[in-house]
Design a protein around this ligand. Structure first.
Ligand SMILES: Cc1ncc(COP(=O)(O)O)c(C=O)c1O
Length: 387
């Protein structure tokens, strides 16, 4: 058990909420029925899955719980959304539009369609804050475009996109709009009706639920070709015996957010701002990445010129944070997100992602700021603030 570390990596994953665990436990022990079984065990499991589906639907503002399809996580949901919607729309065209800062799950799904199914792909760039201009999306569309995929909140720099404006461009043309909402749903920021998206990918472990479970929101009427077939579960869109304990946990985590039973995002934002202020004061040449305001409340992506972020973290075993995103860590390649917003290779390597969550305290923030500052000053030619 790690007790000493300050956990500042909530965008990689979040701890399981104790209340979520309590709701899951019976389904890991006594209530082990298969929801497809026609007896009491099966009925108990089926009822629990129905409740969870309703709760996830409520979290994202879906009108009907049938619009929620459980998957193994956001990676699978991205894949089902992109490959499934594009293949279903094949008679109407074979062009896809996405952005330069998407999660690798989205980029890989698009690339699979290019490599194996003959689709063409346009990756739209972003501004220095990581925002896509809706006009650039409009300019990328062709008469053959069938799908646009734009993430709601970025997992490295936290920037939020203008999905409503993008929907105003795609909807009149009958183009399916997908969003990866893995990072935003936990902050209560994803409302599919308000934002007008047709497909939204979700992940439970980003919102204090268990790992290995997620969902795809599929607006009624949107056609999807199933990617995993077999037993016909999830309305034939995702075969396989449902992971009942994990689904129950996802539902419980969603319900806690919808009912306001968790730390409110403004409190997390206030702590993030405190950490940001402390670090910028102590390390005056540090640069904050991402949009100044339209950004996830817990996100702080910071470039510390002259400092190798991996060296910094190696020297700070008491702080659990990451360089870029967890997915890029270890690859040696600079983050495609950071280079897309204009950072050089060196600047990308000097970038630290600190992400705060529900259990982060002011003491954590102050201690982390002090340790990071001290180590950054020792490591590099980061000028100390003499003011
Ligand atoms: C934006 C985004 N999409 C997708 C994923 C993948 O989610 P999962 O771990 O549930 O497959 C992540 C997780 O890192 C993410 O941040």
């Amino acid at each position: 058990m790690i007790t000493e570390s300050i956990y500042l990596d909530h965008q990689a994953t979040t701890p399981l909420d104790e209340r979520v665990l309590q709701e899951m436990l019976p389904f890991l022990t006594s209530e082990y029925g298969n929801p497809s079984s026609p007896h009491t065990y099966g009925e108990v499991a089926a009822r629990a899955v129905r409740t969870a589906r309703r709760r996830v639907a409520d979290l994202v503002g879906a009108k009907n719980e049938r619009e929620i399809v459980f998957t193994s996580g956001a990676t699978e949901a991205d894949h089902l959304a992109i490959v499934g919607a594009a293949l279903a729309a094949r008679p109407h065209g074979g062009h896809l539009v996405t952005t330069a800062i998407e999660h690798k799950a989205v980029l890989a799904a698009c690339q699979r369609l290019v490599n194996h199914h003959g689709y063409t792909l346009t990756r739209v760039g972003v501004d220095r804050h990581g925002r896509v201009l809706p006009a650039d999306i409009a300019a990328a569309l062709t008469p053959h475009t069938v799908l646009v995929s734009v993430m709601h909140a970025n997992n490295e720099i936290g920037t939020l996109q203008r999905l409503t404006a993008i929907n105003e461009i795609t909807a009149p043309r009958g183009i399916v709009l997908h969003t990866d909402a893995a990072q935003s749903a936990g902050c209560g920021l994803m409302d599919v009706t308000e934002l007008g998206v047709d497909l939204a990918s979700l992940s439970a472990h980003k919102l204090y639920g268990p790992k290995g479970i997620g969902a795809l929101y599929i607006r009624g009427g949107i056609r999807i070709t199933a990617q995993q077939t077999g037993g016909g579960q999830e309305r034939g869109l995702r075969a396989g015996t449902p992971n009942v304990p994990a689904i129950v946990g996802f539902g419980a985590a969603a319900h806690l957010i919808s009912t306001g039973a968790v730390t409110p995002p403004p409190r997390i934002r206030a702590l993030r701002d405190r950490l940001q202020d402390r670090l910028l004061t102590a390390i005056p040449n540090a640069v904050v990445n991402g949009h100044p305001y339209q950004r996830l409340p817990g996100n702080l992506s910071l470039t510390l010129p002259g400092v190798e972020a991996t060296d910094l973290l190696d020297r700070l075993p008491g702080i659990a944070a990451s360089t870029g995103s967890a997915c890029n860590t270890g690859s040696g390649e600079p983050s495609h997100v950071l280079t897309a917003i204009g950072l050089t290779r060196e600047q990308a390597r000097a970038t630290l992602r600190l992400s705060l969550g529900r259990t982060t305290t002011a003491t954590d923030v102050d201690r982390a700021a002090e340790c990071i500052t001290r180590t950054a000053h020792t490591l590099a030619a980061v000028p100390a603030n003499t003011a």
